[in-house]
Design a protein around this ligand. Structure first.
Ligand code: ZN
Length: 221
């Protein structure tokens, strides 16, 4: 089976996982389908159980990455059995305009080095982990994969905005371990989005979301 087809078949599982962990309606099936099919700036990486070894470990599949590195992650259908253990959606921005759009903030609210940026910037939009196996193993794999993509796409910075009371255990720790630095906090960062898109937050519940967003940035070169 074509691996993209396999990923498409798991969209429903990924949406349920997101509803459970990130909050109901936060990511729709359409969001995830766009990430698989875009051929544009988005990519989706999914972690599955690796059943090719006796050691408990994960294997990643990445879709729709524009630099064509998909192949390194897939070694055959037999590795793709089982439910997804977690996933990440990321993207690469190639202009100041796109970067500002991603932040959904005014330019002057951004850290100085991101206000006008002529280099590519990598963003981790969402990370979501199931509780099935050690979430840290999956987290390590997903963040490494994001950094691989960003390096391959010559990104100057890697960025992520996380909730203070992070839904993902160990996420903050893993970011720091990978050289991300805390830059700025944004009050009620998802408030407007949660009202417009009517999602309920995995941490604080029904809209409006009252979580603050914490920006972490890693300089890649
Ligand atoms: Zn919230």
């Amino acid at each position: 089976m074509d691996y993209k087809q396999r990923v498409m078949n798991d969209i429903e599982s990924l949406t349920s996982l997101s509803d459970e962990k990130l909050g109901r309606g936060y990511l729709t099936e359409q969001h995830l389908k766009n990430a698989v099919a875009s051929g544009g700036p988005l990519f989706l990486t999914i972690a599955y159980n690796d059943i090719s070894t006796d050691v408990e470990s994960t294997r990643l599949i990445r879709s729709s990455l524009k630099s064509g590195h998909d192949d390194v992650l897939v070694e055959g259908d037999r590795l793709l059995s089982g439910q997804p253990l977690g996933f990440m959606i990321g993207q690469v921005s190639t202009s100041t305009k796109e970067t500002h759009k991603w932040f959904n903030l005014n330019g002057d609210e951004l850290p100085h080095n991101l206000q006008i940026i002529n280099e590519n910037v990598g963003f981790i939009n969402n990370i979501c982990l199931s509780s099935v196996i050690d979430p840290n193993t999956i987290l390590v794999d997903l963040i490494s994969d994001a950094l691989r993509v960003f390096h391959a796409n010559s990104c100057k910075y890697a960025c992520i905005i996380i909730r203070g009371d992070t839904v993902v255990d160990g996420l903050k720790h893993e970011l720091l371990r990978n050289g991300f630095e805390p830059m700025q906090a944004y009050e009620n960062y998802w408030s407007e989005q949660s009202r417009v898109r009517r999602f309920s937050c995995g941490v604080c519940g029904s809209p409006p979301c009252t979580c603050d967003g914490y920006l972490y940035v890693k300089t890649l070169y």
